[in-house]
Design a protein around this ligand. Structure first.
Ligand SMILES: N[C@@H](CCC(=O)N[C@@H](CS)C(=O)NCC(=O)O)C(=O)O
Length: 309
């Protein structure tokens, strides 16, 4: 499927508008949805298509370690690099890894090589070549956290709190799309600011923050009294949101300082962890703070670990 031509777009928009739009509702859906590219609507407009699968031929690079990560320092990517750095911090040398930058704005996630590791074309994607005869592909960041934890003896999943950890990891995987794809998209990325979607997703983002605030009022970490995989999954989204690093202006807009003090306390505490400070800059290629586009060795952090959180 290829992008529609300018003529297609004009004809489609005109006919849809003519048949459906009313004064109260300037857009009414046509009977059959048509793919219309409006390059000015948001920064992902030219990236998104209604079809899946590769768009170009290219193999992925493979480095020296058994674990090969293909990712980007977005919250979903940071979860995994934080966990890998935490495992190394515990002294687990087999967790050493190569992390390769996948530039999603350059459509790197649609190469044949990337799609073989993750047919869903989204970062992060991981290959485990520990058994060279039977390499394992892992996609979906939540699955990746559990895979790595299990591979290394149940790290960050205390047996007595295992179910609580799972509950919160699955919560994060279901909840964060409302924060990122909903609130973040309409508040920060959509060029035209519309009240309806901003109200809808702000309501949900604040409900989620209130939930975390209630939980963190009574215990130090999200799943139990100790730092677990659940915090590693949740912090890059909700921790960085309340610290003001996700969407410009959103900390004030969501009234974070007034309403979610326990989330802020938890977020600040996790931000002091050395592994977290390393993990958040892996596969990062923007900003004036620390960045490490590709990571192959612990020494790659030398001189750049004054990362801004
Ligand atoms: N549920 C997935 C979501 C991954 C995801 O949405 N990745 C985004 C970046 S944060 C991506 O690769 N977007 C590129 C695209 O949609 O083309 C996970 O947690 O791994």
């Amino acid at each position: 499927m290829s992008p529609p031509s300018k003529q297609d777009i004009d004809e489609t928009s005109e006919s849809a508008a003519a048949t459906n739009a009313t004064e109260d509702s300037p857009y009414m859906p046509p009977k059959v949805w048509q793919w219309i590219v409006d390059e000015n609507s948001n920064k992902f407009a030219t990236l998104n298509r209604p079809t899946a699968g590769p768009r170009s031929e290219k193999d992925l690079p493979v480095g020296k370690h058994a674990l090969q990560l293909y990712s980007l320092a977005t919250p979903n990517g940071q979860k995994v690099t934080i966990l890998l750095e935490e495992l190394l911090e515990l002294g687990i040398q087999e967790a050493d890894y190569d992390a390769w930058l996948v530039d999603i704005m350059n459509q790197d996630q649609f190469t044949t090589g990337f799609c073989k590791v993750n047919p869903n074309s989204k970062i992060p994607a991981l290959m485990d070549y520990t058994d060279k005869e039977k390499p394992v592909r892992v996609f979906e960041s939540g699955a990746m956290l559990l895979y790595l934890s299990e591979k290394f003896g149940g790290a960050f999943v205390p047996p007595e709190h295992r179910q609580q950890v799972l509950n919160w990891i699955f919560w994060q995987m279901g909840a964060a799309p409302y924060l990122g794809g909903g609130f973040g998209h309409f508040f920060a990325y959509a060029k035209e600011k519309q009240q309806y979607p901003i109200d809808r997703f702000t309501m949900e983002a604040k409900r989620q923050l209130d939930l975390l605030n209630n939980v963190l009022k009574d215990q130090a970490y999200v799943a139990c009294g100790e730092y677990t995989l659940a915090d590693i999954a949740i912090w890059p989204w909700y921790g960085r949101l309340v610290l003001g690093y996700l969407y410009e202006g959103s900390k004030e807009f969501l009234n974070v300082d007034e309403e979610y003090p326990h989330v802020i306390r938890w977020a600040k505490e996790i931000a002091t962890r050395k592994a977290v400070q390393r993990g958040i800059i892996v596969n990062k290629s923007w900003g004036t703070d620390g960045q490490l586009p590709n990571r192959h060795d612990a020494s790659d952090f030398d001189g750049i670990i004054d990362a801004k959180l």
